[in-house]
Design a protein around this ligand. Sequence first.
Ligand code: NDP
Ligand code: PMR
Length: 397
Amino acid sequence: MALQAVSFSPKISIHKDVYPAGTFVLKNTGLSEVPFSVHIEVKSKSLIYRNKEVRVPVGAVRAQTASVSEIKQAPQEVNKTLRKGNVIITGASSGLGLATAKALAETGKWHIIMACRNFLKAQMAAKSAGVAKENYTIMHLDLASLESIRQFVDSFRRSGMPLDVLVCNAAVYLPTAKEPTFTAEGFELSAGTNHLGHFLLTRLLLDDIKQSDYPSKRVIIVGSITGNTNTLAGNVPPKANLGDLRGLASGLNGVNSSTMIDGGEFDGAKAYKDSKVCNMLTMQELHRRYHEETGITFASLYPGCIATTGLFREHIPLFRLLFPPFQKYITKGYVSEEEAGKRLAQVVGDPSLEQSGVYWSWNKNSASFQNQLSEEASDEEKARKLWEISEKLVGLA
Ligand code: NDP
Ligand code: PMR
């Protein structure tokens, strides 16, 4: 990435590798000049501006375009646009996550950490979506393994980047599965990936987000209409229902317990919808526990029916053929990946969507509004119980 308008003639770039906190390498990338490389050790990670001390982490220097001379000569002029925001998006290798990464990268204001289980797929996806390489970093994350989640958090911390926004977007949907499948620790795969994986990830990264100096810090967990039984879509069987959480409490492992959160028979479509209810309950519990103390905005959303994404890859071919026109022409709930990406990008960075504890939706004119969750998805007692059981299952309590 070239830094422009530097006070000396060679073009310089910061080496793409991220070095341990406090150090980075400047390299001459000008084609005609003599190559050089300077190793700089940053003694202090702070700059003083407008009588305030602000942390300027190494990741920030890596991502912004202000010139070295500007920083040296006029620190008072440096404002809060000094660095890009850093946002982690889980499952950014396809569908909504990828479209959101693209929409955010295009604003020039965000650096996206694509947290993906398949590194090569993510790399190809970012390339073919046209996301410029200075705008993203891919880091390995398999949400179906608690060990992988912990390793991801370690690697992220080692990168030295600050964390401003976390988007819990990845999900699996297994509507045709006859038998349950399991995460590395033996939880039913949909609940384990979509809910428990994101629960652990969010809990571990909360401290990092708290430390961010970014003007607006957010945690977003993608929900859905199909988990809300106060809608027509949410009443298509099998309906979401967490019951008294007895299956979750006994581990969802199918050995000495049910694989379903409510303790019932395995049903892949229901397991997905139940996991979305967990996502929406978790967002509200995070809001109740942490919003006031930390100022972090917690939000969920239904981005619209993005009928063309990989989410339906396990569905029968006839469903995959008919679902997009059904949503486009009959329910009129269809939204393109691009439009859905713009919607989620608003929840990430738009100042008008800063309120915490909200479940966002969009009307026919693509205007955002605060939507009502179903009775179950807004049940405070259930949210508290879900939190406590989940903590035990992921090893936090
Ligand atoms: P996609 O299948 O296109 O994207 C899901 C992403 O999750 C993929 O990148 C996938 O990775 C990733 N993922 C799956 N399992 C794991 C794992 N174990 N670890 C890490 N990443 C994983 O689906 P969508 O874009 O449609 O879904 C995104 C979100 O939107 C989900 O939360 C979904 O519930 C929600 N949603 C979708 C709607 C729709 O109509 N499509 C409607 C409402 C909500 P990989 O590429 O490697 O498979
Ligand atoms: Mg649904 C306004 C009506 C509406 C909307 C917005 C959706 C969204 N769906 C609606 C209605 C209906 N759907 C009706 C009337 C039917 C019966 C014919 C129907 C069926 C249906 C199926 C079989 N719909 C589905 C499926 C799925 O497998 C999808 C699903 O539940 O995935 C979990 C799905 C969806 N419908 C939606 C949306 C957004 C989905 C997909 C995914 C999601 O919640 O993530």
